[in-house]
Write a protein that binds this ligand. Structure first.
Ligand code: LLP
Length: 421
């Protein structure tokens, strides 16, 4: 459930009518609902209420500082995958001991920086990374808490570009090799082994792959304990999917996911950590855009809107589906018609939807893309020299610009022409 509802025929974000935001900030823009972010975070808290846990929001899904501050203030930890994301977590007021560092390519600079500034744990993805952390920690005279990310070779049954738990993927250490690498880790200076980490993919709409992966983590944990390691924390990654197509999908709920965790791992006495991104931020955000032109094509009508693939790349990158709805509700009984909904970028791939049934729309009408709060703004670019679009956060009847639209001057000012030209 989210807080984007029609009232008197006008789509609202909580108590704010979207046309009001459009008037003040212009289109296109992203808008997030505080109440929805909070609700989704609390669903995970309830789902893991049976045990000691930390919910580490996957910053990669939405990294706006205001969003991070809101979640951090509720007690969230953060899952980061770069020095930049680490700095965002800290700038939003999240202490280092609530930040976990994942990712296959942590640089030596990033490792040293987070060790100096404070980190809850490294999720280590390879032996060379383990050695690098050991060397750097020993040199700094500190101890680095680590979990090894194991690759359980489980099919997450999701889009191939966002599946991470198969042996052919670049992520994690093959689970069959894990015991040997843990033995190596235990002997290294500057390393404190504390747990096991797994993340098998994103937008999972079935709990079975989770259950399979968790069963493997369970076996491994028991074995590692027998080997003498003090495994006291399990990081189970993120990945729970959301209903993009409201009419025909109902992915499992956090409470059901929490039950699978409890059934698989509940008796081990470990602290549970999870790293959800999409389920917290996805349906907490919309992309609002205006129709520029309605263009008659050969046997089809194109709705050309002022948002494009550079603002929301998911449809062109993954063929992803987003519900697209008019901001002003049509009269009951209005007959829908099919549109190809496209942006202004000069690529055929700049297509959000083909033959999508919509009520009749005209130039200047506002339309909203649902489920755009995760992997939306964070994946945007300035392709075609289109400045990044603003982000707005709503709370009840108020809203604030949480990222301003850069001016064309600001965009141009980042380039320099060498004096010899
Ligand atoms: N933890 C790790 C280690 C991850 O790699 C990811 C996502 C997450 C947590 C969060 O997963 P979530 O709960 O959001 O599913 N850009 C793609 C999604 C890429 C996901 C990458 N990793 C998309 O737009 O669908």
């Amino acid at each position: 459930m989210d807080h984007f509802l029609y009232r008197d025929g006008i789509l609202h974000a909580e108590d704010v009518p979207l046309p009001e935001i459009a008037r003040q900030v212009g289109t296109p823009f992203y808008v997030y609902s505080s109440a929805t972010l909070e609700r989704h975070f609390k669903l995970f808290q309830e789902a893991l209420g049976w045990t000691d846990h930390l919910i580490c929001f996957a910053i990669k899904s939405n990294s706006n500082l205001a969003v991070l501050k809101l979640l951090g203030d509720l007690g969230a930890g953060m899952d980061v995958v770069s020095g930049g994301e680490y700095r965002r977590a800290r700038a939003a007021g999240v202490p280092g001991d609530r930040v976990v560092f994942s990712g296959v390519g942590k640089t030596r600079e990033e490792i040293a920086y987070v060790l100096e500034q404070g980190i809850r744990q490294f999720n280590v993805e390879s032996e060379p990374e383990l050695l690098a952390i050991s060397q750097i920690a020993a040199k700094l005279g500190v101890s680095a808490p680590i979990a090894l990310r194991v690759n359980p070779d489980v099919d997450a049954k999701t889009h191939e570009k966002i599946a991470t738990g198969k042996s052919e993927n670049k992520f994690g250490i093959p689970i069959a090799r894990a015991r040997a690498v843990y033995a190596q880790a235990a002997d290294l200076p500057g390393i404190e082994v504390i747990g096991v980490d797994v993340h098998i993919g994103s937008q999972l709409t079935d709990l079975e792959p989770f259950a399979q992966a968790f069963a493997k983590v369970r076996d491994l944990t028991l074995q590692l304990r027998e080997d003498g390691h003090d495994i006291r924390r399990l990081d189970l990654g993120g990945g729970l999917g959301i209903p993009y197509e409201r009419s025909n999908s109902a992915p499992p709920l956090p409470i059901e996911y929490g039950k699978v965790i409890e059934e698989s791992l509940g008796d081990l006495g470990c602290e549970i950590e999870i790293e959800p991104g999409r389920l917290i931020s996805g349906n907490a955000g919309m992309l609002v855009t205006s129709v520029i032109y309605l263009k008659k094509g050969e046997g089809r009508d194109f709705l050309i809107v002022d948002a494009a693939m550079n603002d929301l790349v998911r449809p062109s990158m993954y063929g992803a589906y987003h519900d697209i709805v008019p901001v002003i509700e049509a009269e009951p009984g209005t007959v829908a018609q099919p549109y190809d909904i496209v942006g202004p970028v000069c690529e055929t791939g700049d297509t959000f939807a083909k033959a999508r049934n919509m009520v009749p729309l005209a130039a200047d009408d506002l339309v909203a893309f649902r489920s755009a709060g995760a992997y939306g703004a964070v994946m945007s670019s300035e392709y075609n020299s289109r400045p990044l679009i603003p982000e707005v956060l709503v709370r009840g009847g108020e809203f604030a610009l949480i990222r301003a639209r850069p001016s064309f001057e600001e965009m141009l000012a980042r380039d320099t022409i060498p004096e010899w030209l």
